[in-house]
Write a protein that binds this ligand. Structure first.
Ligand code: PLP
Length: 313
C-alpha cells in the first residue's frame, strides 16, 4: 500500500515538512542497516483518538538502541511527547506511527561511532496488514529466523528486516499471505512481522523470547488479556507440526493486530473458521483499542484529533 503523505515529520525536536525529511545517500544507515524503529497504532475512538501502548513502544525503541550501543538523545518522556505532538499536529486518526533512530551522515566505516544519531517520527493512515478475509493462508518459510547471538531479535533493528523480507517475499511468490519462520533449531519462531499463537485443547501457546522472536507488544497484550480471561497460557518451545493439528492459530502484531490463520502449508486449521479463543481475544483487544471497552490496563494515551469513523485498519 503506497504511503499517504501527511503534513509534518518530527525530526530531532522539531516538526518539519514531510518532503524535507531527507537523509544523505552516504548516511551510515543506508549502507549498514544501522537504525532501530517502532510501529505504533493510534486508534479512532467514540470520544476522539488514542495511541496504543505508547510508553511501551518508546521504551522498546530505547532498548533496541541500547543493544546497538546507539546513544539515544531523547528520554522516554521526550519521545512519547514528540509522538503526541506529531499526531495532534497532523490531525489524522486512525493512523500508524513510525519512529526511527538512525546513524546518519558522518563516516562510512562499519564502526558507527562517527555518524550522528538522528531521530525521525512520521505518521500516516494505514490499512489491513495481512491479507485474507476470515483468516490468512500462510506457509512455513524455508528461511529461518536469525540464530541466537548473531542479529539480536529483541532489538527492533532495520537490519533484521532483511530476513523478514526474504520470508515475506517467498510467501508472496508462492501465493501465501505471510510466512512463518522456524528458528535455527527447528522450533517455531514468528512471522516476518508478527508473533504466533496456537490454541490446542483450550491452552494458548506461544514461543518464548529465546526462540528468536521480537518481544511483541501485542504479544504481551494478548498474554495479559488471556490471563485475565482465565485462558491457560504457556510460553515454551513449539514444534512445527503443532501448527497442523492446532485447534486455532493466529498472528499478533501492531500492524497485524490479531489475525486468524486459516491454513498453514495448505493444511486447514481445524474447520477453517475463526476459533472461539481467537475471536474472544481479538474482540477484547480491539474493544479496548477502539474505546468500546474499558481501558483497564492503562494501555491508551488519548490524543486531541478529530477522528474519522473507527477503522479496524
Ligand atoms: C519480527 C516481528 N515480530 C513481531 C512483531 C510484533 O510486535 P508488536 O506487537 O510489538 O508490533 C513485529 C512487529 O513489530 C515484528 O516486526
Amino acid at each position: 500500500m503506497p504511503i499517504q503523505p501527511t503534513t509534518s515529520i518530527w525530526h530531532n525536536g522539531n516538526l518539519i515538512p514531510w518532503e524535507k525529511a531527507q537523509i544523505h545517500v552516504m548516511s551510515h544507515v543506508v549502507h549498514y542497516g544501522s537504525a532501530v524503529f517502532e510501529g505504533i497504532r493510534c486508534y479512532a475512538q467514540p470520544q476522539g483518538a488514542a495511541i496504543f501502548r505508547l510508553q511501551e513502544h518508546m521504551q522498546r525503541l530505547i532498548d533496541s538502541a541500547k543493544i546497538y550501543r546507539m546513544p539515544m538523545p531523547y528520554s522516554l518522556d521526550q519521545l512519547s511527547s514528540a509522538v503526541i505532538e506529531l499526531v495532534e499536529s497532523n490531525g489524522i486518526a486512525p493512523c500508524y506511527i513510525r519512529p526511527i533512530a538512525l546513524r546518519g551522515y558522518g563516516e562510512l566505516g562499519v564502526n558507527p561511532k562517527g555518524s550522528p544519531v538522528e531521530v525521525f517520527i512520521g505518521n500516516f493512515p494505514w490499512g489491513k496488514y495481512v491479507a485474507g478475509e476470515g483468516g490468512a493462508d500462510v506457509c512455513v518459510s524455508s528461511w529461518n529466523r536469525m540464530a541466537p547471538n548473531t542479529m539480536p531479535s529483541l532489538a527492533k533493528a532495520s537490519g533484521n528486516y532483511l530476513n523478514s523480507q526474504l520470508i515475506r517475499m517467498e510467501a508472496d511468490v508462492n501465493g501465501y499471505s505471510e510466512g512463518l519462520a522456524l528458528d535455527v533449531f527447528g522450533n517455531l519462531s514468528e512471522g516476518s512481522g508478527e508473533n504466533i499463537f496456537i490454541v490446542r485443547n483450550g491452552v494458548l501457546f506461544t514461543p518464548p523470547l529465546a526462540n528468536s522472536v521480537l518481544s511483541g507488544i501485542t504479544r504481551d497484550s494478548v498474554l495479559t488479556l488471556a490471563r485475565h480471561l482465565g485462558i491457560p497460557v504457556v510460553e515454551q518451545p513449539l514444534p512445527r507440526e503443532l501448527l497442523y493439528i492446532a485447534d486455532e492459530v493466529f498472528f499478533t502484531g501492531t500492524a497485524a493486530e490479531v489475525t486468524p490463520i486459516r491454513s498453514v502449508d495448505r493444511v486447514v486449521v481445524a474447520d477453517g473458521g475463526v476459533g472461539p479463543i481467537t475471536g474472544q481475544i481479538s474482540e477484547e483487544f480491539l474493544g479496548i483499542a477502539t474505546g468500546l471497552r474499558a481501558d483497564r490496563f492503562n494501555w491508551l494515551t488519548p490524543v486531541r484529533v478529530n477522528a474519522d469513523q473507527p477503522v479496524t485498519a
